[in-house]
Write a protein that binds this ligand. Structure first.
Ligand SMILES: [Ca+2]
Ligand SMILES: [Ca+2]
Ligand SMILES: [Ca+2]
Ligand SMILES: [Ca+2]
Length: 279
């Protein structure tokens, strides 16, 4: 009778076509022979007789809880589709008709098409602007919930795995790259509940710092003395392999004149416009 019907169609849940959603039905007054049926009118034509509209339910017959997976099928009509859940004690489980014992509940599923976000544009990685990081920026992609950042030492788009995921906003600071003149290539994907959008083009970026920062920790202080001394030779003696950046005056040796430049820069803030501390 009417006592056993509950209309919850004012309740609507969003579900995307092709995605799967688990559902659990609990039985308010369980008996071991109870049966549970679930139907969804995916075609939205006011019946439960079309393909895929009878949902496979696990745990029935039994006292529950019953479980099922709802997957709005390709071709489902977009909008609110009626879902019917029925528990009955006797007879055949059918979406319609009356039984002596049981309950029927109707809900709405708002069937939606999932749309992947678009390709990030305006990807730009800083080129030596910072010593302690490369800053990557991009334009907002509509429909994106977050972004994935990729880094490569070759000019490769979005090599897996990403450098960072779940990035919100439109910038990311990469502080994990090597110092010095190593060039990286950065690319970005927008992502949302539907998945990842296409990869952006790459943009090169690198960290930079004072040329006298021989231990690559973004300052010029006494700790840089030993790395200098280890490479020191004398006037006219060719610079050793691995010591190239100690030749500050560019005359192919590491001698007193290079040391003088280093001394001028010790404990000074780095000025990219005056890398050799001449002012
Ligand atoms: Ca139907
Ligand atoms: Ca760049
Ligand atoms: Ca240093
Ligand atoms: Ca030199």
């Amino acid at each position: 009778g009417c006592d056993g019907y509950k209309d919850y169609t004012y309740l609507s849940t969003n579900m995307y076509i092709g995605f799967s959603y688990p559902i659990t039905v609990t039985n308010g007054s369980p008996r071991s022979g109870d049966q549970c049926g679930i139907w969804v009118d995916w075609s939205r034509d006011d019946d439960f007789g079309d393909a895929n509209e009878t949902i496979v339910v696990s745990g029935t017959p039994g006292s529950g809880p019953y479980t099922a997976t709802l997957t709005p099928p390709a071709g489902a009509s977009q909008g609110n589709a009626r879902m019917r859940v029925r528990i009955t004690r006797t007879g055949t489980v059918d979406p319609c008709g009356t039984t002596a014992y049981g309950e029927v509940e109707d809900y709405m599923i708002n069937v939606m098409v999932c749309t992947l976000p678009g390709t990030p544009t305006g990807v730009s990685a800083s080129d030596g602007t910072y010593c302690d990081k490369v800053r990557i920026t991009w334009n907002t992609v509509s429909g994106a919930s977050s972004y994935k950042i990729y880094r490569s030492t070759s000019n490769t788009q979005c090599p897996e795995p990403p450098l960072a995921t779940g990035v919100t906003g439109t910038s990311y600071d990469d502080t994990s790259g090597s110092l010095g003149t190593i060039q990286y290539y950065y690319s970005v994907k927008a992502t949302n509940i539907c998945g990842d959008g296409p990869c952006s083009v790459t943009n090169a970026g690198q960290r930079s710092g004072p040329p006298e920062d021989f231990d690559l920790d973004c300052d010029v202080d006494d700790d840089d003395y030993d790395p200098f001394e280890a490479c020191s030779t004398g006037p006219g003696i060719p610079v050793a392999v691995g010591c190239e950046n100690r030749d500050l005056d560019g005359d192919a040796d590491v001698d007193q004149s290079d040391f003088s430049i280093f001394q001028r820069c010790v404990n000074r803030a780095y000025d990219p416009g005056d890398p050799f501390c001449e002012d």
